[in-house]
Unconditional design. Structure first.
Length: 455
């Protein structure tokens, strides 16, 4: 019997997780990556958003650990921080300060470069995975009934080769050409949706004060999308090597500048100035990096009535989210779990693609239902049922500022550790209807934490 071969298009986080799954089911896996992969924890040129804030939620962290055991230990050994939630989270949500109750979930906080490097190193320990760098896909081989491989091209020599494959997985991200390739096969256009709040990002890295270089919380001030003016946010993440990564964002009309002289003043201008106060005297270590790649965009591949055998898509090729919610990496990891489960069960590619669509649903609804509320947002308005549900969620998040059972349910959903449907359980529903008690009016940063910054 001939050896089986799978090809993964894209060597980013989603692609490496897909490859780590495929080696369980195929004899050989080839990853096709257009960029040169860095030898260490450095940003990749093909991932411009990598310089900005990234959060790995506990639901995604557990998924990665299940696929690549030992990855979390490797991340923490390399300097990533395990942030307990909500005990190590200083966060002003749209509805008020999140209380610092005992740990209910956790977040892995580090640079995207470090996360990608550790996951890639873990995946490539399996010598059944090979990587073609500096190579990009040109077209799929096969037809509308079955994909049999992919035609790829060396970006320097322009030499083209055909890679025969039993399965091709597209994880090329926001720039995926898969919808066009499917149309080239004569399949209908893939239904897509987009919700764009007009958000722009500005990020700078600072040296944390020595006393705050470890054991410091994530500090986050979110916008309220129901305010009648542009939403502005500020987030401070402890990352490796005693550094702080600070990302500012603003929706249409309130975008942050990449002018270094305006960075701290913008951080002070959000709903609470705590992030600006923390970085006012901190030493900058980088220029200010900007980004506008923040629209939510989804391709509904699972709705095609006919789907070729030998083809799947996951990660940003399927859906991208406003990065402010921190869900993209976790959804990619859970999509890889769905891929593994589907292959193990002998499901068809169409069934597996539908399973990946179900993984995407919750995070997609959470991001788009919020973003469409911002002034000037572009996208399909929420239907009546969606508006009613959004009002309920607003009240739930407000109730979560004082009621531990509701806080737990909200954080389990937000960290993708439990189904969104749990937010409608009888206990959570009735607690939400009763509403919150009086919430904290001031930042939940402790006096000791402030002293560690100000000395």
């Amino acid at each position: 019997m001939a050896p089986t071969h799978a090809v993964v298009l894209g060597g980013g986080l989603a692609g490496m997780l897909a490859a780590s799954v495929l080696v369980r089911h195929f004899d050989e896996v080839t990853v096709v990556e257009r960029d040169k992969l860095p030898d260490g924890p450095s940003p990749r040129s093909g991932v411009p958003q990598a310089r900005h804030a990234h959060l790995l939620m506990s639901g995604g962290a557990r998924a990665i650990e299940s696929l690549l055991p030992g990855t979390l230990d490797a991340l923490f050994a390399a300097g990533a921080h395990r942030i307990g939630v909500p005990n190590d989270l200083v966060s002003l949500s749209a509805q008020g300060w999140v209380p610092r109750f005992p740990e209910m979930q956790f977040i892995v906080s580090c640079s995207r470069g470090l996360l990608d490097w550790v996951v890639r190193s873990q995946a490539l320990r399996d010598n059944k995975i090979s990587v073609l760098t500096g190579t990009e896909p040109v077209s799929l081989l096969g037809d509308r009934d079955a994909v049999t491989g992919v035609l790829v091209e060396d970006r320097i020599s322009r030499e083209q080769i055909s890679l025969e494959a039993d399965l091709v997985v597209d994880s090329t991200g926001r720039g995926s050409r898969l919808p066009a390739w499917l149309e080239d096969f004569g399949l209908p256009a893939v239904h897509s949706e987009s919700v764009d709040s007009g958000l722009a990002y500005a990020t700078r890295i600072f040296q944390a004060p020595p006393a705050a270089a470890s054991g410091f919380p994530i500090v986050n001030v979110q916008a309220n999308p129901r305010d009648p003016f542009p939403g502005r946010t500020a987030t401070l993440l402890p990352i490796e090597d005693g550094k702080w990564l600070v990302t500012l964002s603003g929706t249409r009309g309130g975008e942050p500048s990449t002018d270094e002289s305006e960075f701290v003043s913008f951080a002070r201008s959000v709903r609470n100035p705590v992030v600006g106060e923390l970085i006012a005297a901190a030493e900058p270590l980088s220029p200010v990096y900007g980004s506008h790649s923040t629209a939510n965009r989804r391709m509904f591949f699972e709705r095609l009535k006919s789907w070729p055998r030998g083809l799947l898509a996951l990660g940003d090729s399927v859906a991208t989210y406003n990065p402010v919610y921190g869900h993209g990496m976790s959804v990619a990891a859970q999509s890889a779990q769905a891929l593994d489960a589907g292959l193990a069960a002998g499901h068809s590619e169409q069934q597996i693609q539908r399973g990946i669509g179900k993984v995407v649903d919750g995070a997609w609804a959470m991001a788009t239902n919020q973003d469409i509320l911002y002034p000037g947002a572009v996208g399909k308005p929420l239907p009546l049922a969606g508006r009613v549900l959004q009002r309920y969620v607003d009240r739930l998040v407000r109730t979560a500022t004082t009621e531990p059972p509701v806080t737990r349910a909200f954080l389990e959903a937000f960290t993708l550790s439990a189904p969104m449907a749990n937010l409608m359980s009888p206990e959570v529903f009735w607690a939400t209807m009763r509403g919150p008690r009086s919430a904290a009016p001031d930042p939940t940063l402790t006096a000791d934490e402030r002293d560690r910054v100000t000395g």
